[in-house]
Ligand binder design. Structure first.
Ligand code: ADP
Length: 444
């Protein structure tokens, strides 16, 4: 609709002058004019040609014209009775004019006398059809249709403008009300009504959809924050409750035996360490998700980074009685931009899980291979496997079978964040009872 309203006037603006130009005597006589200007026999001076041209330009469209050298020749003509380059005597000329004057209005101009022949004048004869009854009727008919067309066009145009203005204003006022409610903290207000969705898409609707996305993402981050705080409180409370119980028992002389006191202190120490670990991983996670935190990317040798990790994995493997199989098949020169500390942390988190969720004497394999544009690092275990892979990287997600294991469900969320902040990808495959394998895909 808007396009039609814009395109029709633009076409009219260009078409009307073009239409008049095509029907102007100057355009109709153009090719004969070129011949005339080149004709050396006539030897028009430049001044005479310009004078002639000026006269022709002034003649309105739809008029017939003939330029005649009164001596003899028709120089330019759009009149059927006087073809160009034919000879015509003054007598014949006046005869034609007097015979047709009933039908035409004639106008005769003598712009100049040909310089090389002082007896011969140049005559411009122009004529327009007299108004006949039929012609007047057809003219009135055309005018009537033009008036009807422009009236319909104007009414449609005004209606469309009012409609567009109304719909924009009403959308803006709805948007204004809803955004105010959101600004006041009511994030539950949806910006898009279900019936609004079915309406045609326009700019305002696009804007509203963007606001809606913003609202949902704020809502989501609010929910994440609440879940985060609830998760922390819950997970921190467990070791705190144990510590509190044992210290109270010692303080209230419930436990008096020196061996029991020693055991209690051991448990308190363990739980304090656990708390310390939890707090450290929380701080690290918060740091990682904070937008102010800057990743320190530097070009590192991937082979030596992997070797460093494998050394530690082997020590941990022998400590926890896991067989570690390594197969690193990448170029020792391969350099990749990365934050080395974070890279090590991601591998450690995956590896510790492989140890935690597998049995003693089971095998954990670490492999690295490359193709033309990627390096694939895979850590696989033969442990309990994961039933629900969908939420594995969500913050605080803990598999049902791991409830008794210590952990907060942060490790894999951290891994994902590290991998994605480098522009890499991570993939997981798992089969319950058989094992799990994580693959990090690094861009070369
Ligand atoms: P958690 O501290 O609970 O281990 P993670 O984010 O590291 O937190 O892991 C989330 C959950 O994913 C774990 O609770 C566990 O259920 C599952 N998981 C992770 N790695 C493995 C693995 N190698 N084998 C089996 N389950 C795993």
């Amino acid at each position: 609709m808007v396009a039609a309203l814009v395109i029709v006037p633009i076409i009219s603006i260009f078409f009307i002058p073009f239409y008049y130009y095509m029907r102007s005597p100057m355009h109709i006589l153009m090719s004969s004019w070129k011949d005339l200007a080149k004709n050396e026999e006539l030897s028009f001076t430049e001044d005479e040609l310009n004078q002639l041209l000026n006269h022709l330009r002034k003649i309105p469209p739809d008029m017939e014209v003939a330029v005649i050298d009164s001596g003899t020749t028709v120089l330019l003509s759009s009149m059927a009775e006087f073809p160009t380059t034919t000879f015509i005597s003054p007598e014949k000329l006046w005869e034609v004019i007097s015979m047709t004057k009933e039908n035409y209005f004639y106008q005769v101009v003598y712009p100049f006398t040909l310089s090389q022949n002082s007896t011969s004048d140049v005559i411009i004869i122009s004529r327009a059809l007299r108004e006949t009854k039929n012609r007047r009727r057809s003219h009135e008919f055309t005018m009537r249709w033009l008036v009807i067309f422009f009236s319909i066009f104007s009414i449609t145009f005004i209606t469309a403008v009012i409609h567009i203005a109304y719909s924009i204003l009403s959308s803006i006022s709805i948007l204004d009300k809803k955004t105010k409610r959101i600004a006041d903290g009511d994030l539950s207000t949806s910006l898009i009504d279900s019936n609004e969705k079915s309406k045609n898409k326009d700019e305002i609707l696009n804007l509203t959809e963007n606001f809606e996305k913003m609202r949902l993402s704020i809502l989501e981050s609010e929910e994440r924050r609440t879940k985060f705080i609830m998760g922390i409180s819950h997970d921190l409370r467990t070791p705190v409750a144990v510590i509190k119980g044992y210290t109270e028992a010692i303080a209230d002389d419930v436990v008096t035996n020196p061996d029991d006191i020693k055991n209690s202190l051991k448990i308190i120490h363990q739980r304090t360490n656990q708390l310390d670990d939890m707090i450290t991983s929380l701080i690290n996670y918060v740091k990682l998700s904070n937008s102010e935190w800057q990743q320190k990317l530097e070009v590192a040798n991937l082979f030596s980074e992997l070797s460093e990790f494998i050394n530690e994995a082997e020590i941990m493997g022998s400590l926890y009685k896991r067989e570690i199989i390594c197969n690193v098949d990448i170029s020792p020169e391969l350099e990749v931009p990365m934050d080395r500390q974070l890279f090590q942390r991601a591998l450690e988190n995956i590896f510790t899980n492989a140890v935690r969720y597998s049995k003693e004497d089971s095998t954990i394999s670490i492999t690295a291979k490359e193709n033309a544009d990627k390096v694939f690092i895979t850590i696989s275990d033969t442990g309990i496997g994961i039933a629900d892979l969908e939420h594995i990287f969500d913050l605080f997600y803990r598999g049902t079978s791991s409830r008794r294991e210590e952990g907060m469900g942060i490790g894999l969320a951290v891994v994902k964040q590290i991998v994605e902040s480098h522009g890499w990808k991570i993939d997981v495959k798992s089969e319950v009872g058989k094992g799990t394998s994580f693959t990090i895909m690094i861009n070369k």
